[in-house]
Design a binder for this molecule. Structure first.
Ligand code: AMP
Length: 308
């Protein structure tokens, strides 16, 4: 089962406390596809400008990412610049230049429209909605968003939210979107806006899955060589949707497993700038790290008051 993704294809400039990189390959759809392609085929929808070096996507093509839905338009590619603070859980955006995304209205290739697993990666919610409308019979739709859209286009965002099964966002975005400081109360409010499943990313503290009334927490894999967190969230989403599509099941147990694989994937992304680490990653490494997370979290519960 393949996955359809719509999102940004970008040139990112990133400053971290250790180093900086200018105009590196980035974008939510790029990171997502790099991760999901370890599990399944990906049909990608995005737009780039005339300045884009299409050869930079050869690694995605080799891994089964279909680029028929990647439009090339007059103008410049989307650009984003951000800076991480000493606590790398915190980042500030220096600029967001939508460029060719400003007026992008994709028409999905015919063979994209039968996808059943859909990911609306972080991009203009109108564009997310427009793509979803073109899919014939979606089975599982997940989306991401960020403060830029929560404050900039709240009505459009609510419309898209009302159509999805799952929302994958970080804890500060839960607070902003729900206008509620307690993220569990905030999550309930967001569930009433549409998605029954919420996956809250909490940086180095891991991720929380809220599925109806059930909770599952997965810690982050302890990464000592944290290099660049950019794209970790999209990589997480790629791992999650990739795993669900490969196994073609969206029940609670499988969602929990998907969160663990997603966590493993994201932990590799942050070990290098851009998609550098994801390019050389192997499925064996992903499997090994997922097993390490399993061993980090498993325990045998014994009743403290019962005799052994
Ligand atoms: P993440 O670190 O997972 O939040 O993803 C960062 C990626 O999102 C970068 O590669 C950026 O190019 C991209 N990005 C940043 N701001 C936006 C935005 N407003 N819309 C779409 N993509 C964005």
């Amino acid at each position: 089962m393949s996955v359809l993704v719509v999102g940004s294809m970008a040139y990112d400039s990133v400053i971290t406390p250790r180093d900086e990189r200018d105009q590196a390959l980035g974008g939510s759809a790029m990171f997502f596809s790099a991760a999901a392609s370890f599990f399944t085929g990906v049909d990608l929808v995005a737009v780039v400008g005339e300045d884009f070096e299409i050869k930079e996507l050869d690694f995605l093509k080799k891994r089964g990412v279909n680029l028929d839905g990647l439009a090339l338009e007059k103008g410049e590619t989307f650009r984003w610049k951000g800076r991480y603070l000493d606590d790398m859980n915190e980042r500030e955006t220096i600029y967001t230049h939508l460029n060719v995304f400003e007026h992008f209205k994709p028409s999905l290739p015919e063979h994209y429209r039968d996808n059943r697993f859909i990911f609306l990666a972080n991009i203009n919610p109108d564009l997310q909605y427009n793509v979803l409308e073109q899919v014939r019979d979606p089975q599982f739709v997940a989306m991401d968003t960020m403060n830029f859209w929560i404050t900039g286009t709240p009505e459009e965002l609510k419309q898209t939210l009302s159509k999805v099964d799952a929302l994958i966002i970080n804890d500060s975005e839960v607070r902003l979107l729900s206008d509620e400081q307690n993220i569990f109360i905030g999550a309930r409010k967001i569930q009433q806006m549409g998605p029954r499943i919420l996956i809250i990313k909490r940086g180095e503290y891991g991720a929380t899955l809220i599925h109806g009334n059930s909770y599952f927490n997965c810690p982050a894999f302890p990464v000592e060589q944290l290099f660049d967190p950019t794209g970790a969230g999209d990589t997480f989403a790629g791992g999650l949707l990739g795993y669900l599509a490969r196994t073609d099941k969206v029940d609670n147990e499988n969602l929990r497993r998907a969160v663990v694989y997603a966590t493993a994937l994201a932990s590799f992304c942050v070990e290098a700038f851009s998609a550098d680490r994801l390019k050389e990653l192997t499925t064996k490494e992903i499997q090994n790290r997922s097993e390490e997370i399993y061993h980090m979290t498993r325990f045998e519960l014994k009743n403290a008051w019962e005799k052994a």
